[in-house]
Write a protein that binds this ligand. Structure first.
Ligand code: SF4
Ligand code: SF4
Length: 193
């Protein structure tokens, strides 16, 4: 586009008033907000900070924190290794290796031999939870996620199942209906690795 193109719309910078140029009204407005917060803390008990870790923050019920792999009432992972969560994940941080379920598990064809989530690549969007047809993966309210190495932040199946054990009482499964065998297996993409 040429600079003299008639369709070009020229934008003029806004004209600053005297008050804008000396910044005093803005400084006064900022101090007023600060004073409001100080007054709220001192006189209305409106403190919004918590003395962590002595005091624990309680996140909202729809907070998306560390993942867990849910277990069914027989203690087995609910996951049927359908790969839908890994497919839906925009960060490509879920890695699953599915294998044939034992014959004693007639309600599914597959289960995850390996299930790994890189918690550092995850953007905690919740798409995996949305995609799961059997409600096997959920994001919990755990937020104090720490590790000394990157490897420690790569959660394998054992760790993800242990998060379920640690959170099941405080955060019951959102959906407790057992997976419908036909529904779960019908959704399996083919071929399954
Ligand atoms: S929360 Fe989002 S980014 Fe994290 S594993 Fe699930 S789908 Fe992937
Ligand atoms: S979508 Fe659910 S059942 Fe399928 S692989 Fe992921 S956790 Fe397992």
């Amino acid at each position: 586009m040429r600079p003299d193109d008639p369709s070009l719309k020229k934008m003029e910078p806004p004209r600053l008033t005297f008050g804008d140029r000396i910044y005093l009204p803005q400084i006064a407005a900022g101090l007023f907000v600060t004073a409001q917060h100080i007054g709220g803390v001192l006189f209305k008990n409106q403190a919004i900070t918590v003395q962590y870790p002595e005091e624990q923050h309680v996140p909202s019920p729809n907070y998306r924190g560390v993942h867990r792999l849910n277990k069914d009432d027989q203690g087995r992972p609910k996951c049927v290794a359908c790969m839908l969560c890994a497919t839906a994940c925009p960060a490509h941080c879920i890695d699953i290796v599915g294998t044939t379920a034992p014959e004693s598990w007639p309600d599914r064809e597959k289960y995850p031999a390996s299930f790994v989530i890189d918690e550092l690549r995850c953007i905690y969007c919740g798409m995996c939870e949305e995609a799961c047809p059997v409600d096997a993966i959920e994001l919990t309210g755990l937020y104090d996620l720490t590790g000394l190495t990157r490897e420690q932040m790569i959660f394998d199946k054992t760790k993800l199942l242990s998060v379920f054990d640690a959170t099941r009482d405080a955060e019951p499964m959102r959906y407790t209906a057992p997976p419908a065998p036909s529904a779960a297996t019908e959704m399996l993409p083919s071929p399954i690795v």
